[in-house]
Design a protein around this ligand. Sequence first.
Ligand code: NAP
Length: 344
Amino acid sequence: MTLNVGVIGTGMIGQDHIRRLTQVLPGARVAAVADIDLDRAKAAADNVPGSRVHQSGLDLVGDESIDAVVVCSWGPAHPEPVLACIEAGKPVFCEKPLATTEEDCDQIVDAEVAVGRRLVTVGFMRRYDAGYQAMKQALSRGEIGAPLIMHSAHRNASVPASVTSEMIVLDTGVHDIDIARWLLDAEVAATAVLKPRRGSRAADDLQDPLILLLEMSSGVLVDIEVLVNSGYGYDIRGEIVGETGTVELAETAAVVIKRDGGFGGRVPADWRERFVRAYDAELQQWIDAASAGTATGPSSWDGYAATAVTNAGVQALHGGARVEVSLRPQPDLYRAAGGTGGKG
Ligand code: NAP
């Protein structure tokens, strides 16, 4: 069976996922697209023979020939099509964030719980990265004993001048928050933000770098350095210190070049290059699950928890104090182990 997928939002990552669904991965075809910018949707459809253009995301979800939906519009527009998919019983892959407010996330969780089965997958692709999966296996096999501290670093080469300090927490740090929750199998209990000396490449008013501190419910402490104008490349680091050892992400360069008395390797240019295989694995697992009418991987609960933490992080950024994160009780639907999602 070929899964007929509709893609809502045909901007940067929407186009990349369309390429993946049409040219890279088996089992799916892009049968329709929608974008608030109709010309952009038409341009995207022109590259996919046989795909239709819908006037709105809701029209696309209502299209009876569409089996499953990928949502790649901007965050505040995510809940409407996600809720419509749940109501229609259609599996939906929603790029992060699931929603920008806890209230909207709550509504999605409630709707999915009412249906009684998982339909939503949230695009936290790091969980599909071979390096992070090897870290998780080392932890679960007890190779470093109980985790005590996690260090995470997220460095972009550069960002447009439109990026704000809040976005560094909401859009960038969110990936580190999700991976910490997943690796450590714990929720975030409180967060604080430290503001180091600003780099000279940072635009006016941008707090770059910043350090996000997470207190996990297990007592593990996580420090996340986010530097979005590193100048040298896209560099993702992670290390967990355990009672009997440490586990850390290795460099991703496939080769080391030695010459002129030194050695070196390539630093990825951006997230597309660094996580290309993770994005492929993420969507392939989604296609396979959606073809069976279900969902695996990061869930609505994970989307909700991440939004609760990032919003607390923004509060900490402005208020300067530690902010506690209080989550609603976790519904049973999200407790069962669920593939790469781990937490259900
Ligand atoms: P983008 O280039 O701005 O594309 C978003 C597209 O959605 C634009 O064409 C936008 O149109 C359109 N849009 C906005 N509201 C809409 C609506 N209600 N219905 C249909 N289309 C709508 O943004 P992007 O970088 O692709 O990001 C899209 C989403 O993916 C964001 O949530 C982002 O956080 C996420 N993302 C995730 C990753 C990851 O690593 N997982 C990486 C990049 C992005 P206008 O431009 O006219 O508003």
